[in-house]
Ligand binder design. Structure first.
Ligand code: FUL
Length: 680
């Protein structure tokens, strides 16, 4: 065969494959990449990967509520140890209606509840252990937190999700515990019958499993049949401890979920992925269609799926393309569980609203954790923030300033299934009768019909008789919120600059968010100079043609205090960096008399005379651990590293803080000792 002939055949096969991809119309959540697929074919295949119905319904939830509650709420710890005495669960005034009422007011659509966290304590009346509410003083052992929550969810029209931790410290630590007990795999019937506790649901399953998997399946059966309908099942990858080489029969779990909760998506496996951090950080470009090395539908182990997994370079390396949307999860409080009314900081409404815009408006789903307090209530401060966020979402995104505009009807109506094309390199103009003041713009692709296509787009506004670019960023997906300095205009133009295939949009809308003073950041240099400035991430993305030096929210002034009091307009005005040896700084931005949210930082003793010495050399210098710059870090390649810090003089200290590296996944201290010496 001549080389020319071979080339021609290759081109013909590519053309035929592209044709086949277009011709075949059934929805595919996973598409296999063949070894000789060209780059072009791979990209056309990526466009064909669509969410299944459950995933699309999940994407439409947008904003959801995590609830971490359990023995940790009473011990004030983040992770339990499995040895907690159920007597500590002294819940008096549980009010799940209050949780749901607040979540609803915030605009959340689903509640994700920790039915069992890593400590193994069960918050429902399970038949399969006594380690839970049945052994606690809560309603004399008759209480069932999940039952009350499920009823409240129905009452308030919220969906319900279940977090059931595979890691289970009670089953690890207790002498009759099932986790890692090296039991043999035999065929077991699920659910296991328990005398006096029959099931109304008569479905049964047979699986070849060991004791712990049987326990887990029985509990899943209870949760999915007696508290449903369940719309999301959350499998946490974290494990404080493991034992006996315990493995999980995920395929059995999945079979049970698909049969008993046919509308549920599974988090942490093949339906929804973690965004990769717990701090509310979002990526500029979040693709739903991501690259897999193995068929995710038959895999039982899932790698940590985060990073930019859907860009072209990633897709070219893939064996499978799969629809796997990202979930952005973070907590409103420092920590996942409630600890304290005074010392556990609560995110401000500015902060939560900002994460909402970056996550929902950056093609991911926002899961915000609100930990109930020891009374069994969301605390007042959390409620205030959530109600305020709900109001802002409603007043901003509940009002579409393009409702009466002229343009393609399919893009301006509220029907998710109607859509229209804007050809690549072409533009689309929307005209209004009267000028409007706008600083937010929303675009949506019909991802459930034509897939995710747009890679780069821009928005122009007609100002002073010419087009002015107000925003430019990468992909769109289910939803993209563009944030920009306010403009007054009666004409917009959308330009699709690059797309994986002919671009389609299903909805565009324009909005106005009443400007707020910006959120602030406080940093101190190694030499002790304190700098206060507006946070720079407030656009959510970086693009050419936008002035990032100006804060999104316009003019403002910053006032600060150093005596612990709340900053007011009478407090010192921040004009330039000032020196501070150590202490508390509180600051706040004001614009037009409106006060922004308070930023406070407790600055430790100055580190400019410190010297650091590591016992094992790592990849970076140990001095990076104490250089007052969070971007740089020291990491050791030893399993038991030691870092000696010489203060250079005697200091009186009452605590020590450390920040793990923020740009990499490693470096989290799991256990450590802090020793002091006057004679090193
Ligand atoms: C982590 C857990 O270890 C935390 O306790 C929390 O549940 C968070 C949502 O996931 O992996």
């Amino acid at each position: 065969m001549s080389n020319n002939y071979r080339e021609m055949m290759k081109i013909l096969i590519s053309v035929l494959t592209i044709f086949c991809i277009y011709a075949c119309s059934h929805k595919q959540k996973t598409i296999k990449i063949e070894p000789d697929d060209s780059k072009e074919v791979i990209i056309q295949k990526a466009v064909k990967v669509l969410p299944d119905d459950n995933q699309y319904a999940y994407k439409k939830l947008e904003f959801t509520c995590f609830i971490h509650f359990g023995v940790n709420t009473f011990t004030r710890k983040e992770w339990g140890n499995g040895n907690e005495n159920p007597n500590i669960f002294k819940l008096q005034n549980l009010d799940t209606d209050q949780w749901c009422r607040t979540a609803k007011a915030a605009g959340m659509k689903l509640i994700m509840f920790t039915a069992k966290h890593h400590d193994g304590f069960c918050l429902w009346q399970t038949r399969y252990t006594k380690h839970g509410v049945m052994s606690s003083p809560f309603k004399d052992g008759k209480g069932d937190v999940l039952k009350e929550l499920a009823a409240s969810c129905k009452k308030y029209g919220l969906k319900l999700g279940i977090y059931l931790s595979p890691a289970d410290l009670y089953q690890i630590e207790n002498k009759d515990g099932l986790y890692g007990n090296l039991s043999t795999y035999t065929e077991r019937e699920i659910p296991k019958k328990i005398e006096g506790r029959p099931y109304e649901n008569k479905t049964t399953f047979k699986f070849l499993v060991d004791d712990y998997n049987e326990y887990f399946l029985n509990q899943l059966f209870e949760l999915l049949t007696e508290y449903g309908p369940i719309h999301e099942v959350w499998f946490d990858g974290a494990h404080p401890k493991r034992k006996g080489g315990q493995t999980y029969n995920y395929h059995a779990w999945k079979k049970l979920i698909h049969t008993l909760a046919p509308e549920a998506v599974i988090f942490g496996k093949e339906d929804v992925r973690w965004c990769g951090n717990e701090a509310g950080q979002t990526r500029d470009t979040e693709w739903d269609v991501v690259a897999f090395a193995e068929d995710p539908n038959v895999a039982s182990q899932f790698p940590d799926m985060h990073g930019d997994l859907g860009n072209r370079e990633q897709l070219y390396k893939a064996k499978y393309l799969h629809f796997l949307p990202a979930e952005t999860n973070t907590s409103i409080r420092e920590g996942w569980f409630y600890r304290d009314e005074l010392n556990q900081k609560v995110r401000s409404a500015d902060d939560v609203f900002d994460i909402y815009e970056r996550s929902v408006g950056g093609n991911s789903t926002f899961l915000l954790n609100i930990p109930p307090n020891r009374e069994g209530l969301f605390s007042d401060e959390d409620v205030e923030v959530l109600e305020e966020v709900g109001k802002r979402i409603q007043s901003t995104y509940g009002v579409d300033l393009l409702a009466k505009a002229k343009g393609k009807r399919q893009l301006l109506d509220t029907d998710d299934d109607s859509y229209a094309t804007i050809d690549e390199e072409e533009s689309f103009v929307i005209e209004l009768e009267n000028p409007v003041k706008v600083n937010r713009f929303v675009l949506q692709e019909p991802i459930h019909i034509t897939g995710q296509r747009v890679e780069l787009h821009a928005l122009d506004a007609w100002i002073n008789k010419e087009w002015k670019q107000v925003a430019q960023t990468t992909n769109i997906g289910y939803k993209r919120i563009l944030r920009f300095h306010e403009v007054t205009t009666s004409k917009f133009r959308i330009r699709i600059i690059s797309s994986r295939a002919r671009p389609y949009l299903s909805k565009v809308s324009a909005h106005y968010y009443s400007p707020r003073p910006p959120q602030l950041s406080i940093t101190r240099s190694l030499e002790g100079m304190v700098n206060i400035e507006a946070m720079q991430h407030d656009f959510g993305w970086k693009a050419h043609g936008v002035d990032y030096s100006k804060n999104l929210n316009g003019g403002f002034v910053i006032h600060f205090t150093r005596d612990g009091s709340e900053p007011t307009l009478e407090s010192p005005l921040y004009e330039s960096p000032f020196f501070l040896q150590s202490g508390l700084v509180k600051s706040c931005a004001f614009s037009n008399g409106t006060r922004g949210s308070i930023k406070e930082v407790e600055l430790g003793i100055l580190k400019n005379k410190w010297r650091a010495k590591a016992s094992h050399s790592g990849n970076n210098k140990s001095s990076l651990a104490i250089d007052a710059n969070v971007e740089t870090y020291w990491i050791s390649n030893s399993s038991k590293p030691e870092l000696v810090i010489d203060f250079g003089k005697q200091e009186t200290i009452k605590g020590m803080k450390y920040t793990p590296p923020t740009s990499i996944q490693e470096g989290l201290l799991e256990k450590g000792k802090l020793l002091i010496s006057n004679h090193y």
